[in-house]
Design a protein around this ligand. Structure first.
Ligand SMILES: Cc1ncc(COP(=O)(O)O)c(C=O)c1O
Length: 425
């Protein structure tokens, strides 16, 4: 058996192999031309550009409506803004509980609190997404909505989540920030629940640095989301006005997207499907090549044909095995990481959401202190979702980008075999 690099052997690869950025790594003349056109037009504000028919924000919204087969899209300045607008859209607010998974970016929880509702954390399962059985267990008379999050390109178990939601009359707000372009059993993510939220922040598959989008078929949700996303929504006469039912009951804020950002995503949109197609192919190749490797089980992916393929997660038997496995792989120059490590404050894990773990003690805005709230949540503890911490603890994650060659995929698989046979058999 080959000596592992961690034990002094020769590393499998001379150079580190790791995935990087997707859309932003491809920025070229297409994005530059779009931005230059906007600059030359001197119309950087959506509503001025829209009067001239040149608004990239409006084009982007129309493109998403067509692509996803939905009636309304609302482009905003970030994924967090998209979630807040959507939650206002579905009229979640003080007194309500909203269930989200234990593994999601801190912004999902922050958006629920910004909307005035109380986050309730559900366990994840071996899909690393919300466990539908725990979703059902966490429902109380105060539960109004659920936010399934499709993490790292992998769809959540939407059939089961939707059937729990229907049975309990819950609104479903999908957080698609990390899985733009993926689908679940033929339906694009973001179109299965009542409303879907996207992000164009730089770590996302296509990007403008910052940006986001809300998608829905529901006139009222759209009207309310738009009121929240623009305190001056009343005053812009444009395509949005056709939705019609504005009652202007929300004072709103300002989450409008700048035309310069919209221009970048507008150019990036053509990159989305090719990036996903390549990442999926790489992931399939790796999965086929590591089938049967000892001591590891791939993450359960609810719909492998629909996922983005930007990550591969392997589950070891326990956390110490995951740490040994990841460390030895990195010594072979196969980059990967454990997901939950006591020492690393990963903001994608609920126990590291500071405003909840600190109980917002001095903060009178904490939604669980609101007089309208009659539920039982009084605060949160880092150990309240043990199943989630356990599954994340034994997870080792690899990142793929569209630049992975077949040889890269082969060497990753070779590394997995080399290390798993030596350490996990
Ligand atoms: C799952 C998830 N939800 C929401 C967000 C918030 O998006 P943004 O950073 O664009 O506000 C992100 C990413 O940053 C995310 O990963």
């Amino acid at each position: 058996m080959a000596i592992l690099a961690i034990d002094g052997g020769v590393p499998l690869r001379p150079e580190p192999l790791h995935g990087g950025f997707h859309g932003s790594a491809e920025i070229d003349d297409a994005e530059i031309e779009q931005v230059l056109e906007v600059l030359k037009s001197k119309l950087l504000f959506r509503h001025l550009a829209e009067e001239q028919g040149t608004s990239r924000t409006a084009w982007l919204e129309n493109w998403y409506c067509e692509r996803l087969g939905r009636k309304h899209a609302l482009a905003v300045n970030g994924g967090t803004s998209a979630l807040i607008a959507a939650l206002f859209g579905v009229d979640v607010g003080p007194g309500d509980e909203v269930i989200l998974p234990a593994y999601t970016y801190v912004a999902t929880a922050a958006a629920i609190i910004a909307a005035g509702a109380v986050p309730v954390i559900a366990e994840i399962d071996t899909s690393l997404n919300m466990d539908p059985a725990d979703l059902e267990r966490k429902i109380t008379p105060h539960t109004r909505a659920v936010v399934p999050v499709h993490m790292r390109g992998v769809p959540a178990r939407m059939d089961e989540i939707m059937s729990v939601a229907r049975a309990h009359n819950l609104i479903v707000v999908e957080d698609v920030a990390q899985s733009n372009g993926a689908s679940y059993r033929g339906s694009p993510l973001g179109t299965i629940g009542n409303v879907g939220c996207f992000s164009f922040q730089q770590y996302k598959i296509i990007t403008s640095g910052e940006g986001g989008l809300v998608i829905t078929d529901d006139d009222r949700i759209y009207d309310r989301a738009r009121m929240q996303a623009d305190c001056a929504a009343r005053f812009w006469e444009d395509s949005h006005a056709q939705a019609g039912a504005y009652d202007f009951v929300l004072s709103g804020e300002n989450y409008r997207l700048c035309e310069l950002s919209a221009a970048v995503v507008w150019a990036q949109r053509q990159r989305l499907d090719p990036i996903i197609a390549r990442c999926r192919a790489v992931k399939r190749r790796v999965l086929a090549a590591i089938a049967g490797a000892p001591g590891i089980t791939p993450q359960d992916v609810p719909d492998p044909d629909g996922e983005c393929g930007i990550t591969l997660t392997l589950l070891c038997d326990d956390a110490p095995a995951a740490r040994r496995f990841a460390r030895a792989l990195r010594a072979e120059n196969i980059m990967c990481g454990t997901v939950h490590d006591q020492g690393i404050p990963d903001r994608h894990i609920y126990s590291h959401w500071p405003f909840m773990m600190s109980d917002l003690t001095p903060e009178r805005r904490a939604p669980w202190r609101h007089p309208l709230y009659r539920g039982a949540v009084r605060g949160y503890t880092p150990d309240q979702c043990p199943e989630s911490l356990a599954v994340l603890g034994r997870a080792v994650m690899f990142y793929f980008d569209q630049f992975f060659s077949d040889d890269d995929a082969n060497s990753l698989a070779e590394g997995v075999w080399k290390v798993s046979k030596a350490l996990l058999a």
